[in-house]
Design a protein around this ligand. Structure first.
Ligand code: SAH
Length: 344
């Protein structure tokens, strides 16, 4: 059965080397396979023409090379396309292609479901099924690039789909190594953003990586009382610990830091909230992304402030000296917007 064969897709150079060793072939073939899969995006070993034919045949018989498959799509008029992806290891996730002013953003999932239980997020309702492997994460890039025919377009990657990326640290970190390896996908680390609900140990570990992505932190509240209600992870890592970790990340990396803030009417958008928010963002010399809440009627019991209030909040923050932008919802009609991804 082909399913029981190990999958070459997602292996790093060293793992490829160990896979080849028992075949008794020179180690440099690992580098060739690496380039075919990740740099050239050719996944059929028959076409790996700089490998000896007998080796190609053995690889076909012993391994599969599977990034997953697209099993469904939903589109929004704004150009957003949500892909349902059948994972190579079983199960499904969603990944989202977005385009705005010619700039493409790919939004990747890192887990099937999520364990963190944020009360305003649909993915949380699934609970956590499992972590994705590096190959299943990178496979989403492969499939979306292929489907969208965006070979050469400058493109951003955000780990903001289903799951908490820093709760699947190994899989996410390995996928970033494959993405940024110059012999691999060759993506600039500056075009990759990992978004976290506030997993403090993960933030600190990420700060020490030799190749770091950009960091976004979903703040969503300015007091522990409110944040505890919205995001149970805050009970383990309260605001002071989270903000200390952010500071440490900034000090070590000197990269830009982004805070995300979902606007929930009557919950976290009073004038006092906005003043506290401004202070936090300024203290960290960070940028702020306001996300008007995306509703899922019947599932999520919150409301979005009206557009006028959102603009007023933005303008108040600008006056307080905060570099702020509003992430006006994309893909709401395809249920592809922030917090709307779930296999429910
Ligand atoms: N677990 C990670 C990444 C996934 S969520 C994190 O929490 O950052 C990506 C963003 O969508 C987060 O900022 C989250 O707060 C936000 N979000 C979740 N549900 C939402 C909803 N219903 N409407 C708007 N934004 C939402």
């Amino acid at each position: 059965m082909s399913d029981s064969k190990p999958n070459l897709y997602g292996m790093e150079r060293q793992e490829l080397g160990s896979a080849l060793e028992p075949l008794g072939v020179p180690g440099f073939h690992a580098g060739q396979i690496f380039r075919w899969m990740y740099r050239r995006r050719v996944l059929d070993p028959e076409r790996w023409t700089d490998l000896p034919k007998p080796l190609r045949e053995r690889l076909v018989s012993l391994y599969r090379v599977e990034p997953g498959t697209v099993s469904g799509t939903a589109s929004d008029d704004d150009g957003t396309i949500k892909y349902r992806i059948d994972l190579s290891g079983g199960g499904q996730v969603e990944a989202v292609f977005m385009i705005q002013d010619g700039r493409v953003t790919l939004c990747l999932s890192s887990q099937v479901g999520c364990a963190l239980g944020c009360s305003f997020c649909l993915t949380a309702k699934m609970g956590l099924m499992r972590n994705l492997t590096a190959g299943e994460i990178l496979g989403q890039v492969h499939l979306l690039v292929q489907a969208g025919e965006i070979e050469d377009a400058p493109c951003n990657i955000v780990y903001m789909g289903m799951g908490e990326p820093l709760h699947n640290y190994e899989g996410v970190a390995a996928s970033i190594r494959l993405l940024t390896d110059p012999e691999g996908v060759g993506w600039s680390r500056k075009r990759i953003t990992v978004s976290t609900a506030g997993m403090v140990p993960g933030i600190i570990r990420l700060a020490g990586e030799p190749v770091r992505p950009m960091l976004a932190v979903s703040l969503n509240a300015t007091t522990d009382a409110v944040r505890n209600q919205l995001m149970p992870v805050n009970r383990k890592y309260p605001l002071t610990a989270l903000l200390d970790a952010c500071r440490q990340f900034r000090l070590q990396s000197r990269d830009a830091l982004t805070f995300e803030y979902v606007l929930l009417a009557g919950v976290n958008n009073s004038d006092a909230d906005i003043r506290r928010l401004a202070k936090i963002v300024r203290d960290h010399r960070a940028k702020l992304n306001l996300i008007p809440f995306n509703p899922v009627p019947g599932w999520l019991a919150y409301e979005c402030p009206d557009d006028d209030r959102v603009r007023e909040i933005r303008d108040n923050l600008l006056e307080l000296g905060v570099p702020v932008s509003v992430r006006w919802s994309r893909g709401r009609n395809a249920r592809a917007a922030c917090g709307q991804l779930a296999m429910l």
